[in-house]
Design a protein around this ligand. Structure first.
Ligand code: FAD
Length: 370
């Protein structure tokens, strides 16, 4: 069902052809040429019409080839949590207006759900959209939003009917330069440095009815569908990064000598390498299996939390192992392994924390009252 060899070929091709385009680590525009934003979008809208396995392989290749994990993360966030929801739930007019410029990298998009009182308890969000002539008036605060300081548009979740709670949520495509919108500048984080991050405030902001995505009350279904995609594929860069870390770590433990021997000859060090290899292969099996399910139109509802949970925890564990193998050299601020650890820790939170994913998985396998 899954052709790993084809995917592997694509990875090698991807890393070979993109590596030179990645010199400018801070520039989103430098990555648009990789075609990542276009991969899974329809040809009729300017995309490449390829399956999700191609997207994962391309991103794995870019990360393996030295691509900036933070930029790849922001691109995946846009693809999975904005472009695909528009493709699935949007009107023809919305698809034509938003997707071609997003695919070309000219229109940047954020996905704004999290609020001060609504993190893991996301359906506790308080942002409201009150009907008015021609549309809605939006009021509320979103925080921890990827790309918020630089995005042109955001897919914003707000309640159109608070009494109906989860079923009263709706989704809107909001122009972030419109009257009634203010945002923070870039808020510095522990890692994923080139991914801009911030909050958005809506104060009586007018949003036309034509900018509502899907029917009123469909917000939670749109949110759940985009989370399913995110959890399936947002960790794709980690596969390339874990592969790169493994190769570098092997070279380092074969080279570094202590006590008259290479450090790789100490079993506690070589065991770490074996664990890194195991985590890499488990990650590849999980994420390409999720892609195979999605590409053959089967549900990833049970599978996507497993993929996200495993890959984020493996990414943290393998990045730490790479640092351990280096000793103090891996603790230097700008050492690539130290950067990986800081980037990896963010993945324990976005698209559902590990705790929340475990709750879901336990529920799916039949545990009551989780
Ligand atoms: C790098 C990054 C990018 C992000 N990008 C976006 C974005 O683009 N758009 C967006 O909307 N949001 C984004 N987020 C926010 C992210 O979705 C939230 O951080 C996440 O949902 C957790 O919410 P919280 O941070 O408020 O933590 P809380 O929900 O307050 O959780 C705190 C702790 O309590 C635990 N906890 C909470 N509830 C439960 C429970 N029911 N069972 C067990 N444990 C529980 C958590 O696991 C965690 O350990 C981003 C976050 C990060 C770190």
């Amino acid at each position: 069902m899954i052709d790993f060899f084809d995917a592997a070929d694509e990875i090698v091709a991807a890393s070979a052809s993109y590596v030179h385009a990645l010199d400018d680590k801070s520039a989103w525009s430098g990555y648009v040429g990789s075609g990542v934003l276009a991969k899974t979008m329809p040809v009729s809208l300017g995309g490449e019409g390829l399956p999700f396995s191609s997207l994962v392989a391309a991103v794995e290749g870019l990360a393996y080839g030295g691509g900036d994990a933070a930029i790849l993360f922001t691109m995946l966030a846009q693809i999975l949590s904005v472009q695909h929801p528009i493709l699935r739930f949007g009107t023809d007019e919305q698809k034509k207006a938003f997707l071609p410029p997003m695919i070309r990298g000219e229109l940047r998009a954020a996905h704004a759900a999290t609020e001060p009182e609504a993190g893991s308890d996301i359906f506790g969000m308080r942002t409201k959209a009150v009907r008015c002539p021609g549309g809605y008036r939006l009021t509320g605060t979103k925080r921890y939003i990827t790309s918020a300081p630089v995005a042109d548009v955001a897919l914003v979740f707000a309640s159109t009917d608070p009494a109906r709670k989860t079923w009263g949520l709706s989704a809107f495509l909001v122009d972030l330069n419109a009257a009634g919108v203010s945002r923070t500048g870039n808020i510095k984080k522990m890692g994923l440095e080139s991914a801009q991050f911030g909050g958005i405030q809506f104060e009586d902001c007018f949003v036309a009815s034509e900018r509502r995505l899907g029917a009123e009350g469909l917000g939670s279904a749109i949110f759940s569908s985009s989370l399913d995609l995110e959890r399936s594929f947002i960790m794709a860069p980690a596969v390339g990064l874990m592969r790169r870390e493994l190769e570098l770590s092997v070279a380092e433990v074969n080279d570094r000598r202590q006590h008259g021997r290479t450090i790789g000859s100490f079993q506690s060090v070589s065991n770490r390498i074996a664990d890194m290899a195991l985590r890499l292969e488990m990650s590849r099996l999980l994420i390409y299996y999720a892609a195979a399910l999605r590409d053959s139109a089967r549900s990833t509802k049970y599978y996507s939390p497993l993929v996200k949970l495993a890959l984020s925890e493996f990414y943290v564990a393998s990045s730490l192992d790479a640092v351990r193998n280096k000793g103090a050299a891996g603790y230097l601020l700008n050492d690539p392994s130290a950067i990986n650890v800081r980037d990896a820790i963010g993945s324990l939170f976005y698209s559902g924390t590990s705790d929340v994913l475990r709750n879901l998985i336990a529920t799916y396998v039949g545990v009551n009252d989780v």
